[in-house]
Design a protein around this ligand. Sequence first.
Ligand SMILES: [Mg+2]
Length: 439
Amino acid sequence: MFALVDGNNFYVSCERVFQPRLQGRAVVVLSNNDGCAIARSNEAKDMGIAMGAPWHQIRPLERSHGLIALSANFALYGDMSERMMALASALGYRQDVYSIDECFIHLHGVSGDLHERAQQLRQHIRRSIGIPCGIGLGSTPTRAKLANHLAKLAERHPHKYPAELAQVCDLERIDQPLLHRLLQGLPISAVWGVGRKLAPQLQSVGVHTVLDLLQSDAATMGHHWSSVLERTVRELQGTPCLDWDALPQPKQQIAYTRSFGRTVTAQGHLQEAVSEYTARAAEKLRHQHSAAGAIGVYIRTSAHQPNADERYSRGLVMTLPQASQDSAVLIGAALRALERIYQPGYRYAKAGVHLLDLQDAARLQLALPWAGTSPERPGLMQTLDSLNQRFGQTTVQWGSAGLGGRARPWSMRQERRTPAYTTRWAELPTLHAPRTPDQ
Ligand SMILES: [Mg+2]
């Protein structure tokens, strides 16, 4: 079993903790430079304000409907996230932080009533830090994510959904006829990893609802679309087959987190890891033509560390003066964050980087054409990306990521990996001519 713990309307909820007057009001949080709505309270959603709605368009609602708009405070959200994740990690043995407000908890081997435990955790988070959460439980991460979606719907629309599904929803406990009825009412875009582009294509072959997708043949889906969709369907049907290294990305964020091959203690090693993770995340960012307005970094010791004195976990979000897609700018900010959260003496097992406040790079470029950086930078980044795409991920890399290749202690352990015989020059098979006895 898996749990997905998700902070409700997270940025708005963080603001409400410190400003109770915002409770029950329509609130939106705006992106960097107050461009568009990146978080909405339920009241704001009910007003019809869309995710990403430009501020100048919704501004009249301030007067007419008492809408409250706040500028994003990523330093606050990052810190609240850190606190929420620390509490959530108590639910199971392994936690995968997926975004600033969501994490998966692996529940294998956790005894007792999972629904009850999830309820208690939800109350504990609410009491300790004031953030309301939804928790979804399911036999696969995709089902847990769907359960969380139902938990949120049931909380927002009590007349349409059974009350016992609100806040904490266990998909495996819902009886089959009811589950089918619920899933029949959900569009396929409610399924994790089914993007907006894919939905119309699937509709054209008669797959309209989550139930249709659940009842489709996974192999056929894989044959006609992609292995990613095939895995999604299998996950939806209850077979865990998710590749944790290739999770579908949240729309508003890009995350790159990895466990180290070996634990590290030196700040220099963490700097290397954080540099490389940031560079990888920046590559994804440019690939989707976005720029990031903030970057979050976290480091932690192993969750299995039995001794509480030897456990440490900290994260910090840095807001950039201006959104950027330049790896050097992002790495610089990430290393400044690391500088502030690093504590000597711990054995670190994992680090992660989150790119936040994503914005359309093209629009940004029109508004502020690479202010602060030289005009050659976008071209340089493009060259870098195409070299690495063509010749392998680490063909050209940042000096701060270290030059030790696989020997870097934090690099993922792949001791048993066979050579990339056909795609890497350095790993081409070598032929040795047999020696003759008189040579
Ligand atoms: Mg959320």
